[in-house]
Design a protein around this ligand. Structure first.
Ligand SMILES: [Mn+2]
Length: 484
């Protein structure tokens, strides 16, 4: 029997043991990738067939260790016969005879899987499971393909104008989805007028940077503008009146969302709600992929930024699809544009507030409190609380200030024993709006008749102390009577 030549240095080589249907498909795949390959089977007629197709094939039984050892060295060895015991024996042999090779084995049931891994296989493939997973992922892809085409068909048929309503205080996910849907609508139907509508405020400077750099025209959601829209679409929001400025009875034609809203029975021509997705931008990206559209760099950058922020830098509510969609977008993303969005210039006011928050900070037992005085831009408060939480030794930061209407407070917390949202709600719920989660919370206490007081900072000095005393009591900071 002629044995294979020893492998040249640097060349990657594989041995495939068992060339039934699975083994043969592996061989074909390896050949397509130009990977050097040797194979063996114990069936002489099968060996003949493979040789006829120019595969370097040997007629050897896996149990014949002596013959196997004569084949030389390989980087990767596959044991993929349909005989579990033969595969297991092969793995045990390869472990000893080819210590530097990677061993891949085929399992025929879940118990085989464990046994082969225990025998020393580096990777175990259970074909039935591979089929099940592939079926599921193609199902998701088909869903996007189906939905993508359906969406385009609907848009194609419309005449007039489409109002895309973003949610209240739109974030990058919502903004990028609005931009993506507007782009798709324009592609499907250039005659359809598209308007992007929002209510609330575009607060964070990153969000404003996104809108400015994309050159988006966002309009305030007003009754007379709504009346001009023939069709209404909602993105990143599950229904009319759910975190958006529409009244509950507004008829909506398109809903694309990833929130898990219960008790909604929307009646729209197009609905795609996928709570498993970390970002709505991920759903829009799948349409783009499924429709074979090459996104331009602005669209790709916006959607990637939407996925990135909604999944909190890829570690909140993240699904494998979000990662795959982000990987798809990355190829078309403009890195400079993304940098400009992520590192926007701070306004003087925000810088002043951050500065005040740093200067006025007081700390005690891991808690940090800071008075930022009078603020016009209330979004600066959570940013200041975020920043101060990064100070060493601090586990909870609470920043407060005053606007024309209310005393406002924003807290950040990483001490999981403390539920900051519950504390805020307990302390201030009776006199204002307060609440949140374990890690982030906020409170707003209306000034009512005091709103007439001119000097808001003096007013804050006067009223803040009893409020803070209550908060200290709630979190157990008053026990040693320390002054603040
Ligand atoms: Mn979202």
């Amino acid at each position: 029997m002629q044995m294979p030549m020893s492998q040249e240095a640097g060349e990657f080589s594989c041995l495939v043991c068992g060339c039934g249907s699975v083994g043969f498909l592996i061989l074909e795949r390896l050949r397509r990738e130009n990977i050097s390959c040797t194979c063996l089977d114990n069936d002489p007629s099968r060996v003949k067939e493979l040789r006829a197709q120019n595969y370097e094939t040997f007629c050897i039984d896996i149990a014949n260790e002596e013959k196997l050892s004569e084949l030389g060295l390989f980087d990767v060895v596959f044991f993929v016969t349909d005989d579990h015991e033969a595969n297991r024996a092969g793995v045990i042999w390869a472990q000893k005879a080819l210590p530097s090779a990677q061993i891949i084995a085929r399992a025929n049931d879940p118990i085989n899987k464990t046994e082969l891994a225990e025998a020393g296989a580096d990777s175990v493939i259970y074909p039935q499971e591979v089929v099940a997973n592939a079926t599921y992922s193609s199902l998701e892809q088909l869903r996007s393909q189906g939905n993508g085409s359906k969406l385009m068909q609907i848009l194609e048929q419309w005449t007039g104008s489409l109002g895309i309503v973003l949610h209240t205080n739109p974030d990058p996910d919502g903004i990028s989805c609005g931009f993506a849907l507007a782009t798709l609508a324009h592609m499907a139907n250039p005659n359809l007028t598209v308007r992007l509508l929002y209510d609330g405020a575009i607060g964070y400077q990153e969000n404003r940077a996104l809108v400015n750099l994309l050159d988006l025209k966002l309009e305030r959601l007003k009754t007379h503008i709504l009346a001009q829209c023939t069709y209404i679409a909602l993105v990143d929001s599950g229904g009319p009146g759910i975190n958006n400025g529409l009244s509950r009875d507004t008829h909506v034609d398109i809903i694309i969302d990833h929130h898990n809203e219960k008790n909604i029975t929307p009646n729209a021509a197009f609905i795609d709600i996928r709570p498993k997705y970390g970002a709505c931008a991920s759903i829009l990206t799948e349409y783009i992929k499924a429709l074979n559209i090459t996104p331009n760099s602005e669209l790709a950058t916006a959607l990637l930024y939407g996925i990135k922020t909604d999944t909190k830098d890829f570690h909140r509510n993240l699904s494998p699809n979000d990662l795959m969609n982000a990987a798809f977008l990355l190829e078309y993303t403009d890195a400079d544009l993304l940098d400009k969005i992520i590192l926007p210039q701070y306004s003087h006011e925000i810088m002043d507030i951050l500065g005040n928050a740093i200067i006025n900070r007081k700390t005690k037992s891991g808690y940090l409190f800071s008075n930022v005085g009078y603020v016009r831009n209330r979004d600066a408060l959570p940013q200041a609380a975020d920043l101060l939480l990064s100070l060493e030794g601090i586990t909870t930061s609470i920043v407060y200030g005053i606007t024309d209407e209310a005393i406002i407070m924003s807290g950040r917390n990483r001490d999981v024993r403390l539920n900051l949202g519950a504390v805020m709600s307990e302390t201030f719920g009776g006199i204002g709006d307060a609440g949140g989660h374990v890690t982030m919370a906020a409170a707003s206490i209306p000034l009512s008749i005091f709103s007439l007081v001119r000097d808001k900072e003096v007013l804050l000095e006067l009223v803040i102390e009893p409020l803070l005393q209550n908060l200290y009591r709630q979190i157990g900071l008053l026990e040693d009577n320390t002054e603040y």
